[in-house]
Design a protein around this ligand. Structure first.
Ligand SMILES: NC(=O)N[C@@H](CC(=O)O)C(=O)O
Ligand SMILES: [Zn+2]
Ligand SMILES: [Zn+2]
Length: 345
């Protein structure tokens, strides 16, 4: 490997929002160009609540793929207060549903149908432990009395630790972790607990939201944290620990929905995702750790085979467009109008 090219096993994205309809058609090629598979988030409106919903959504994703492109959507179910344990068993048996997503009601985009109280979903969680279907967590409490920068750390204390005492064999992925507390928690946990890390939480701290003014395109949930947390996340990502893996949380919203008096949470990064991770790992002198983080650890956790194809990145500066698409669906992508170091060959 020379200094200016990087070849690795085609990676997977273990946390992705593809949306539906025109937005799906617009964003899917960006992911499918880079990643072989992705865990597809179920927070559509209305959410993907049943095996039948997930089967139909999977067909819409496959239909939106450009011809000749291979990409496998790994589907998830959206857990609600009313998800019956029988639906969990059906999901496991489906073969195409790989996890169940827990959104605390009101915590993030399209989470209104989420779980209002974890005690209401105990039977479903027990079924998940029984059939070995992973639980994916948006790990933030929604208590208005808890400072927004503390909501992830408090979630671990109040929800996750007691949950794992009740269901110690449940496989759990703490999604898009943003704090040193989460990184330490996962590192100290048993082999059934993992976490995904986004490119933006590895690249930016909370100053990015306020650089010279309010920056709505740097706003996501969980919100960016201070620099000490970012350093802890980089250490986790580059540690080689197999329970940390890539999950972009690429979450497209139309420009008008972000640039608003009450702008939506979510950062679009699929257009240059693996390139951004390469930048982080290179800055930390850990490029040799990128392939396992991006291409092996997640597959191993989910019990799926490693991909066989490879992708190549070249070190060749380029500028990200300031806007992707046009009209009411246009998206302002991460790094809009700014430079990138790595480019997909
Ligand atoms: N991350 C975000 O800020 N937004 C995500 C939802 C989520 O992953 O919490 C979205 O769907 O827009
Ligand atoms: Zn989330
Ligand atoms: Zn997400």
């Amino acid at each position: 490997m020379s200094l200016s090219t990087l070849t690795l096993t085609r990676p997977d994205d273990w946390h992705l929002h593809l949306r539906d309809g025109e937005m799906l058609a617009a964003v899917l090629p960006d992911t499918a160009k880079r990643f072989a598979r992705a865990i597809v988030m179920p927070n559509l409106n209305p959410p993907v609540r049943t095996v039948a919903d997930a089967a139909a959504y999977r067909e819409r994703i496959l239909a939106a793929l450009p011809t000749g492109v291979t990409f496998e959507p790994l589907m998830t179910l959206y857990l609600t207060d009313n998800t019956p344990p029988t639906e969990i068993i059906k999901a496991k048996d489906s073969g195409f549903i790989h996890a169940v997503k827990y959104y605390p009601a009101g915590a993030t985009t399209n989470s209104n149908s989420g779980v209002t109280d974890i005690r209401r979903v105990e039977a479903a969680l027990e079924a998940m432990q029984e059939v070995n279907l992973p639980l994916l967590l948006h790990g933030e409490v929604t208590d208005a009395n808890i400072d927004i920068f503390d909501r992830e750390a408090v979630f671990i204390e109040r929800i996750l630790e007691p949950l794992l005492q009740r269901l110690p064999r449940l496989r759990v992925v703490l999604e898009h972790i943003t704090t040193s507390q989460s990184a330490a928690f996962v590192a100290q946990s048993s082999a059934n607990i993992a976490a995904t890390l986004t490119a933006h939480h590895l690249l930016y701290n909370r100053n990015a939201m306020f650089q010279g003014g309010i920056r709505p395109h740097a706003y996501c949930l969980p919100v960016l944290k201070r620099e000490t947390h970012r350093q802890a996340l980089i250490a986790a990502a580059t540690s080689g620990n197999p329970r940390f893996f890539l999950g972009t949380d690429s979450a497209p919203h139309p420009r008008h929905a972000k640039e608003a008096a009450c702008g939506c949470a979510g950062i679009y990064s699929a257009h240059t995702a693996i390139e951004l991770y390469a930048e982080v790992f290179e800055q930390d002198a850990a490029l040799d750790k990128l392939e396992a983080f991006a291409s092996f650890h997640g597959a191993d956790f989910y019990g799926l085979p490693h991909n066989q194809e490879r992708i190549t990145l070249v070190k060749q500066p380029w500028t990200v467009p300031s806007l992707l698409g046009e009209g009411t669906g246009a998206i302002v992508p991460l790094r809009a109008g700014e430079n990138m170091v790595w480019q997909l060959a």
